[in-house]
Design a protein around this ligand. Structure first.
Ligand code: GRF
Length: 202
């Protein structure tokens, strides 16, 4: 399966996906990494790994629709069959999300449906939860609300601040995202009628 990864910054989840997919028994290849920010650190990591990179700078487009069209063209040109958001900080139009429904996934640093949007580790601390974690989900038009593929929990410890909690969750993300993508590319899970379906016997 041909995978495209979308990033906006550091790219540590992207790095883990690149590493995982490089294993001989992982039935997928990363065909491109696209960033909406020219200075995203992850671009250099991807280039180093020999993966074609592309910058589609959202600031040069005068509408969301125009940016989405350029992104869609790039994904199609690369032959992407699965699109993995890895810290990609753009909200796309409903039309784009609908067109790619079932073929786009995201990793989010909370146990959805709790704590959507931004600064979710601080949201978790403010709410006083004692367990948080991360979620891999299909992307649908409603933000952070698509069907859940996999989750991992981590404790929220006394004395945590947003940085310490983020670091603990990020470790879990690095384990979970490659596992979840493997489940998709092997057919263990699939998107059907707006839901996640698990293959029989999986
Ligand atoms: C991760 O915490 C991810 O869950 C969130 O943005 C962060 C990206 O980090 N969507 P990185 O760029 O993968 O290091």
């Amino acid at each position: 399966m041909k995978i495209a990864i979308l990033i906006s910054g550091r790219g540590s989840n992207m790095q883990r996906l690149i590493d995982a997919v490089a294993a001989p028994d992982f039935p997928a290849e990363i065909v491109c990494v696209i960033s909406n920010r020219p200075k995203a650190k992850g671009l250099a990591i991807a280039a180093e790994a020999g993966i074609p990179t592309k910058i589609i700078d959202h600031t040069v487009f005068d509408s969301r629709a125009a940016f989405d069209a350029a992104l869609g063209d790039a994904l199609e040109a690369a032959g992407a069959e699965l699109v993995c958001y890895a810290g990609f900080m753009r909200i796309l139009t409903d039309e784009f999300a609908a067109k790619w429904e079932g073929r786009m996934v995201n990793i989010h640093p909370s146990l959805l449906p709790a704590f959507k949007g931004l600064n979710v580790q601080q949201q978790a601390l403010d709410a006083g939860v004692t367990i948080s974690g991360c979620t891999v989900h299909y992307i649908t038009p409603a933000l952070d609300s698509g069907p859940i593929i996999a989750q991992a929990a981590v404790p929220v410890l006394p004395g945590d601040d947003a940085d310490t909690l983020s670091a603990r969750i990020l470790k879990a993300e690095h384990q979970l995202y490659p596992q979840a993508v493997r489940m998709i590319v092997t057919g263990e899970v699939r998107f059907e009628d707006g839901r996640v379906v698990t293959a029989e016997g999986a």
